[in-house]
Design a binder for this molecule. Structure first.
Ligand SMILES: *[C@@H]1O[C@H](CO)[C@@H](O)[C@H](O)[C@H]1NC(C)=O
Ligand SMILES: *[C@@H]1O[C@H](CO)[C@@H](O)[C@H](O)[C@H]1NC(C)=O
Ligand SMILES: *[C@@H]1O[C@H](CO)[C@@H](O)[C@H](O)[C@H]1NC(C)=O
Ligand SMILES: *[C@@H]1O[C@H](CO)[C@@H](O)[C@H](O)[C@H]1NC(C)=O
Ligand SMILES: *[C@@H]1O[C@H](CO)[C@@H](O)[C@H](O)[C@H]1NC(C)=O
Ligand SMILES: *[C@@H]1O[C@H](CO)[C@@H](O)[C@H](O)[C@H]1NC(C)=O
Ligand SMILES: *[C@@H]1O[C@H](CO)[C@@H](O)[C@H](O)[C@H]1NC(C)=O
Ligand SMILES: *[C@@H]1O[C@H](CO)[C@@H](O)[C@H](O)[C@H]1NC(C)=O
Ligand SMILES: *[C@@H]1O[C@H](CO)[C@@H](O)[C@H](O)[C@H]1NC(C)=O
Ligand SMILES: *[C@@H]1O[C@H](CO)[C@@H](O)[C@H](O)[C@H]1NC(C)=O
Ligand SMILES: *[C@@H]1O[C@H](CO)[C@@H](O)[C@H](O)[C@H]1NC(C)=O
Ligand SMILES: *[C@@H]1O[C@H](CO)[C@@H](O)[C@H](O)[C@H]1NC(C)=O
Length: 594
């Protein structure tokens, strides 16, 4: 009986996954990831980046609605690691969310297997490391959740699918960047923008040195491709555009949008969009793909521009000349906001389910909880530079909040998070928003800083009902879009403005609500929303997984793991349908029979 180790591994994992409370009728997808440092020179200078299976960016996790996913993550870094899965709702299962409020970090040299179901959702998302500023060094990759075959996608099947990760980038590594923040300083102007881990095409010899490897997207004339574009950067909003081509927006973070053409779109940190792009130009030359810094001043920002190349198979030459123009709105601060407001849900199409996206009439549901979360410029608390929400700068306790609850450890956190801005002096704290299962929450983000911020909620998608300049008041509700506001998980809040979202609290657990701007997050701007169901454990909430890691007050429960020197990093992913699963179990049985 011949069995490769890979098949054996899959079978072993399959058994492990079957013992977990998944729907065995849905297909399984297995991934084996080694997260390690690697040297790369995206801006012409060698530096340490974080790679997955030696790839930077990491692999795209390509799955379909309701798949059961197992990701065996080996931490080959010299620091603790957690991966978090932006936009994956982890229904009933905050145990897998990969943030400090729910998970103990994976120690260096250890591996840990995430197990979750991508239940009832579709769309384009990404994963990234959640600790220690590691995202500034990479470690991110895409998550594509396809429609099930029985549910029509509201556009023709594209001729190809490209994932683009763009983000501001520093030549300093993440440990040096962290130190700058720890010292209470500003990170300063980024050194560039990467597209898929690569530096800019040399569109300007004085701005871009020669010899930099840039991203090229190869296309055929007349065809239509889907571009999934993610801003995975630290804190710079980027304007995305492709020279000479329309971007037909079709999806954002799990919602099919009303299809509209844009010549360019502002994409803020942590946000994801899908566009259809038709190759309808005459290929007299290659075309620029541009991601340029937004809302910034001065020539030092000129270098903060990502440039890739769109290359037609019949192209007659290289791209040359100036980049396509960015929006010309220096004197019109409503331009970008109006663009954001134009993004709406296509209410008549199905997505994860056949019933139309608009069938949940969020606008007619009574609100049970209202929180106004105010972001102020960074302040000094006990001599350290910190960021706050409603005057509280979050400090993660050593014991994950959800684990503390499970083992009745009180005093780990408090439940007194203020419902609105306070005039008390800012403090450090570990207080959570106390919500209730099946409630309906309105959250207003009020940005009193001078820098645009984006906010993200784990475990949920929220309806974006309004945004405007000025200070939110109850009268602002009169302007809400109660019909086709887009449902997504990451939303921008302009400086001096507010954004309001509504969330149906149907997912039990403790969920991270954070700013996506990495420096602001690192300095303490996050909170957890606790959605309890008193009799929910093992009912509306899954039980803690068998492989749960313990730390903090519970560290004595943790069995030690022999650190893996080098787990075979060659394998990437193996897909098994329930049929092949049965087959593999049979193989296993055969293997163990005399
Ligand atoms: C992703 O998976 C879907 C469905 O299985 C498949 O049709 C598609 O070709 C895959 N895409 C990529 C980029 O591998
Ligand atoms: C670590 O990886 C090994 C080999 O792939 C696997 O058998 C084991 O279950 C993993 N451990 C955890 C805690 O996930
Ligand atoms: C980051 O760079 C510094 C030198 O600037 C070096 O001492 C440190 O080891 C590097 N850290 C990592 C994780 O590569
Ligand atoms: C290159 O960039 C510099 C600095 O922004 C600018 O002054 C110059 O005009 C640009 N050159 C070309 C050929 O566009
Ligand atoms: C978008 O632009 C393309 C041309 O690039 C055009 O054919 C199409 O009709 C436009 N779609 C919408 C919804 O405006
Ligand atoms: C091709 O594009 C170039 C640049 O836009 C334009 O000058 C030229 O007229 C176009 N040719 C055709 C045949 O459309
Ligand atoms: C840009 O400069 C103008 C005028 O100097 C200033 O008012 C504005 O605040 C600056 N904007 C940013 C984002 O720095
Ligand atoms: C909305 O989705 C339907 C499919 O249900 C599609 O036919 C229609 O074109 C979409 N409308 C817009 C404006 O995107
Ligand atoms: C909302 O509250 C109003 C007044 O309290 C009540 O009449 C109405 O039935 C409620 N609507 C829903 C959908 O629960
Ligand atoms: C938190 O919410 C639960 C359920 O709504 C409630 O029973 C509890 O008293 C609340 N605790 C605090 C401290 O507000
Ligand atoms: C912050 O709030 C103060 C007081 O309400 C106001 O004067 C100021 O304009 C606000 N600044 C921003 C950027 O929102
Ligand atoms: C969860 O419920 C199942 C079935 O009711 C039971 O067999 C199992 O022991 C329960 N697990 C825990 C940890 O309570």
């Amino acid at each position: 009986m011949m069995l490769t180790w890979r098949v054996a591994l899959v079978a072993v994992l399959a058994v492990a996954v079957l013992t977990w409370h998944s729907n065995a009728a849905d297909p399984f997808a297995f991934f084996d990831w080694d997260v390690s440092y690697m040297t790369a020179s995206p801006l012409g200078v060698p530096q340490q980046v974080i790679a997955i299976n030696k790839k930077f960016p990491g692999p795209v996790m390509n799955v379909t609605t309701n798949y059961n996913v197992a990701v065996n993550v080996l931490n080959s870094l010299d620091e603790p690691l957690l991966l978090t899965w932006d936009g994956i709702q982890m229904r009933k299962n905050c145990w897998q969310d990969g943030v400090l409020g729910t998970n103990c970090p994976i120690p260096p040299g250890w591996n840990w297997t995430y197990q979750f179901q991508v239940k009832d959702q579709i769309g384009s998302f990404f994963y990234s490391p959640s600790l220690n500023f590691q995202r500034a060094a990479g470690g991110y990759g895409g998550i594509t959740v396809n429609n099930r075959a029985v549910i029509l996608v509201p556009f023709g099947t594209p001729d190809g699918d490209f994932t683009l990760f763009m983000g501001d980038w520093y030549k300093k590594n993440h440990t040096d960047l962290r130190k700058i923040l720890d010292d209470g300083k500003d990170l300063g102007v980024p050194d560039g923008v990467l597209i898929n881990g690569k530096g800019p095409y040399q569109y300007n010899t004085s701005l871009v040195p020669a010899g930099i490897d840039y991203e090229t997207i190869n296309v055929e004339p007349g065809k239509t491709y889907r571009f999934r574009v993610h801003n995975v950067g630290i804190s710079t909003s980027l304007n995305f555009r492709i020279q000479g081509h329309n971007l037909l927006m079709v999806e954002t973070e799990g919602t099919y949008t009303v299809q509209q053409n844009y010549t360019n779109l502002d994409i803020h940190v942590g946000q994801s969009y899908s566009f259809l792009v038709t190759m309808d130009q005459n290929a007299s030359s290659d075309y620029y793909i541009v991601a340029s810094a937004r809302f910034v001043n001065g020539s030092s920002w000129d270098r903060v521009t990502g440039v890739g190349i769109l290359h037609y198979s019949n192209s007659k030459g290289k791209a040359s000349g100036p980049l396509p123009d960015p929006p010309n709105d220096q004197f019109d601060k409503t331009w970008s906001m109006n663009q954001a407001r134009s993004i709406r849900t296509n209410t008549s199409t199905g997505a994860a389910r056949p019933n139309p996206q608009g069938s949940f009439h969020y606008g007619s549901i009574n609100v049970t909880h209202v929180y106004v979360l105010q972001n102020l410029p960074p302040v000094r608390i006990n001599g350290k530079l910190r960021t706050t929400l409603n005057g509280i700068s979050y400090v993660p306790p050593d014991t994950p909040l959800r684990l503390a609850d499970l083992y009745d450890k009180s005093g780990v956190y408090t439940s007194n998070f203020p419902t609105g801005p306070t005039t008390r002096p800012p403090t450090l704290g570990s207080s959570i928003i106390n919500a209730s299962y099946k409630g309906f929450m309105e959250i207003v983000f009020q940005n009193n800083n001078t820098i645009i911020q984006t906010y993200h909620l784990d475990g949920y998608a929220f309806f974006v009902v309004g945004m405007d300049y000025g200070v939110w008041t109850e009268n602002s509700r009169g302007t809400y879009n109660k019909w086709d506001g887009v449902s997504r998980c990451t939303i921008q809040v302009y400086p001096g403005a507010w954004t309001a979202v509504m969330v149906s609290l149907d997912n039990v657990g403790i969920w991270n609500l954070r700013v996506e701007n990495l420096d602001t997050w690192y300095l303490g701007q996050e909170v957890y929303v606790k959605v309890p169901d008193p009799s929910g454990y093992n009912v509306t909430e899954m039980v803690a997984p068998d492989n749960i890691l313990y730390c903090g007050l519970l560290k004595d429960k943790q069995k030690q793991q022999v650190p893996h020197g080098s787990l075979a990093a060659s394998s990437s992913s193996v897909l098994a349908s329930s049929k092949t699963l049965t087959f593999m179990l049979l193989l296993l049985a055969l293997m163990f029979s005399p």
